[in-house]
Ligand binder design. Sequence first.
Ligand code: DQA
Length: 142
Amino acid sequence: KQILVVHGPNLNLLGTREPEIYGRLTLSALNDRLVDLATESGCTLNAFQSNHEGAIVDCIQGARLDGTNFIVINAGAYTHTSVAIRDALAGVAIPFVEVHLSNVYKREAFRHHSYLSELAIGVVAGLGADGYEAAVKVAIRH
Ligand code: DQA
């Protein structure tokens, strides 16, 4: 089983960006945790981060060709704006879980709508890094 974890814009700043909202774990420490979790179960996990919408679309499209079975995605702010990322996920038809570190529902109203949720197997929000771990566990068992 091959799992792809996609991190969207500004998630490269994890650990230093608004730590009271997003936590103190860095992106590379988070990715290391997720790789360990997948490896323990005999799965492969590749992590990708980009601040660019088109690069995220390209990455999702590539997943159809490279044998990816499951996607875990935190599209960051593009969650709330990107029809292109939604269409890419629909286009590759790879099952995915949507993750948000913060509880988007107790934040600004513009974070309450996601273009991705309707297509997702499930959505995790507000559980910090544990939410990614939960999503990877779902990916492993799926
Ligand atoms: C986020 C929530 C988004 O609203 C925000 O734009 C992010 C991160 C989260 O993980 O909580 O960049 O996806």
